[in-house]
Design a protein around this ligand. Structure first.
Ligand SMILES: Cc1ncc(C[n+]2csc(CCOP(=O)(O)OP(=O)(O)O)c2C)c(N)n1
Ligand SMILES: [Mg+2]
Length: 330
């Protein structure tokens, strides 16, 4: 029997099982999205595959009943953990009127849901960072007790918005956690051509905050580091930059062919470290999960995803006369 590392990180058996459930749910929804896209039913997919451990590990470190999240387009694991349902995700995929994210107006991956404090974002990458810093500033001024999560890719950490937002948060010691999901690519550009420094987290010192690079395939380590950062932020000790290192297992999006710029051996090597599979193995090795439990979990999940798909496919589109709603004023 393997030692239960999660207990040292402050996670119970029930909590790690719940983390696994969210990681698996994100993966299975993502896989379904690709099937729907390839069969011509939904227009676009931008995947979370390979980043589930980073997403669920960070999300679990927040108080998901009161904290704010400003996720980026791959953060399916984060928004599920913050309370968005598979049905709501599918409504977004099919761009139906009932989609809580944007009523089917934005592309999939533009998450936003007021009741779960998931703040809507825009398509230009990294614009969510200054928004998150502003929300953290407002919370501090109004003496509200919440911490803000914001994420972005490593390519996006080269945008001015990241540097301006991080600097302001550092100066004003704001309760915001910057999570850079380093998946080694920005579309076709590999990490070596994106950064001159070794780690994205090396940049933290320039903004007066702690910076950590963690194994993004290990949800327990991701949780441990993020929980410490969230606790510091809640105590008024300011922001943290966390870089989770994993690998984008799919092409950039359903409109990309990654065979044009990376070798199949490299992808196969990363797939051997697939966090959904390695975390399942950890749970089996520690006796938290059994193969029978896993089978049941998968069967239940497929039922949930089938029901969500069927519901969303049949749901109505927005009415043409509603096109101007929420654009100006109402
Ligand atoms: C300001 C801006 N420039 C370019 C794009 C086009 N674009 C969309 S995603 C992306 C790559 C981002 O890479 P990274 O930040 O590493 O995130 P990843 O997709 O790898 O998760 C680019 C260049 C954009 N959306 N916004
Ligand atoms: Mg990237």
């Amino acid at each position: 029997m393997v030692e239960k590392r999660h207990l040292q990180a402050g996670l119970t058996d029930e909590q790690v099982l719940e983390m696994y459930r969210y990681m698996l749910l994100a993966r299975r929804i993502d896989e379904r999205m690709w099937l729907l896209n390839r069969s011509g039913k939904i227009p676009f997919v931008v995947s979370c595959q390979g980043q589930e451990a980073a997403q669920v590990g960070t999300a679990f470190a927040f108080d998901r009943a009161k904290d704010y999240s400003l996720p980026y387009y791959r953060d399916l694991g984060v928004v599920l953990a913050f309370g968005q349902t598979p049905k709501e995700i599918m409504l977004q995929g099919f761009a139906k009127a009932e989609d809580p994210n944007s009523g089917g107006r934005q592309m999939p991956g533009h998450f936003g849901q007021k009741k779960n404090r998931i703040v809507t974002g825009s398509s230009p990458v990294t614009t969510q960072v200054p928004h998150a810093v502003g929300i953290a500033l407002a919370g501090k001024i109004e003496k509200k007790d919440f911490v803000t999560y914001v994420s972005f890719g490593e390519g996006s950490s080269n945008q001015g918005d990241f540097h301006e937002g991080a600097n302001f948060a550092g100066v004003h010691k704001l309760p915001v956690i910057f999570v850079c999901e380093n998946n080694k690519y920005a579309i076709s550009v590999p990490i070596e051509k994106q950064l001159a420094c070794e780690n994205v987290s090396d940049r933290a010192i320039g903004y007066g905050m702690p910076g950590y690079t963690v194994d993004g395939n290990d949800p327990i380590e991701v949780y441990r580091v993020t929980k410490e950062a969230v606790d510091r932020a809640r105590r008024g000790e300011g922001p943290t930059l966390i870089e989770t290192v994993s690998y984008r297992l799919t092409p950039h999006s359903s409109d990309d062919d990654d065979r044009a710029y990376r070798g199949r051996e490299e992808v196969a090597e990363a797939k051997a470290k697939d966090p959904v599979i390695t975390f399942k193995q950890y749970l089996l090795d520690t006796g938290v999960l059994t193969e029978d439990m896993d089978k049941e979990l998968n069967a239940d999940m497929m039922q949930i995803i089938d029901d969500a798909t069927e519901y969303a496919e049949k749901a109505p589109y927005a009415k043409p006369e509603d096109a101007m709603n929420y654009v100006y004023g109402n």
